[in-house]
Ligand binder design. Structure first.
Ligand code: ADP
Ligand code: ADP
Length: 230
């Protein structure tokens, strides 16, 4: 069974007279454990779609089945529970708490859910066991993003959503961070969605969804996901 099934999802924003359609009649399915990349230019509707999948927003119409349950019908309270328990987030600018160590940042997240992963194992999963006592400002950009990945994975989420996770990193560091996301996902059977405007990054997905002008242009399974070149 598909883990994610989006059916005819549309999201309109109304501001007085003006209506913006940010997502128009979006449909696709994703198998559990897949790494999906969503590719499109700025303004295409990628963040809107990610927000809907992450329970930060709901479509105006359509269905968004996660593990068979339509989260488009969820109340605000149900969405909060879904977000806390089922979804891990990785952002472009890490969003770590500056006065907590790497370990404490991960610990805080793991306290949210009952079936949290072991904090030390999670730090080891992203290769940061030796940096656990460092504060974010003492870590490089790549290391901070690895802490953010550990924090997201510590919740043992069903779904890991990454919004331009390498957008603030140089090419080589970004490549390593994507590898860490991929490895962590495969080891934990987590379904991953990575939003990017970079077509080379998109090619590392098992499934590449192209979106432009609020609509899906193509959904392409990738039999041989390509790692980024050196
Ligand atoms: P992307 O992430 O691909 O850059 P977005 O999903 O952020 O695209 O935006 C898609 C379109 O929807 C844009 O035209 C944007 O201005 C509009 N939009 C997004 N969020 C809102 C909002 N809260 N209110 C009004 N318009 C919005
Ligand atoms: P990366 O390839 O992960 O971006 P860098 O080459 O930027 O790593 O950094 C190399 C080492 O220097 C890292 O181990 C990191 O901990 C350390 N480092 C980077 N920036 C800082 C900083 N602002 N303060 C302290 N240590 C830093």
């Amino acid at each position: 069974m598909a883990y994610i099934e989006v059916q005819h999802a549309t999201r309109e924003f109304r501001n007085g007279e003006q209506t913006t359609v940010a997502n128009r009649d979006i449909s696709f399915t994703v198998a559990q454990g897949a790494v999906v990349t969503i590719l499109g230019p700025s303004g295409a509707g990628k963040s809107t779609l990610l927000n809907i999948l992450g329970g930060m927003d709901s479509p105006t119409s359509g269905r968004v089945l996660i593990d068979g349950v339509d989260i488009a019908q969820f109340s605000a309270k149900q969405l909060t529970t879904y977000r806390r328990q089922a979804v891990g987030f990785v952002f472009q600018f890490y969003n770590l708490i500056p006065n907590l160590t790497a370990r404490e940042n991960v610990e805080l997240a793991s306290q949210i859910t009952q079936d949290a992963r072991n904090v030390d194992e999670t730090l080891a999963l992203v290769g940061l066991q030796d940096r656990a006592q460092n504060f974010p400002a003492q870590l490089s950009g790549g290391e901070q993003q690895r802490v953010a990945i550990a924090r997201a994975v510590a919740k043992n989420p069903k779904l890991l959503l990454c919004d331009e996770p390498t957008g603030a990193l140089d090419y080589q560091t970004g490549k390593q961070v994507l590898q860490v996301i991929q490895d962590a996902a495969k080891q934990t059977a987590t379904t991953v969605i990575i939003v990017t405007h970079n077509s080379a990054i998109a090619q590392m997905g098992d499934l590449v969804i192209r979106i432009n002008d609020a609509q899906i242009q193509s959904v392409t399974p990738n039999a041989h996901p390509t790692p980024l070149a050196d």
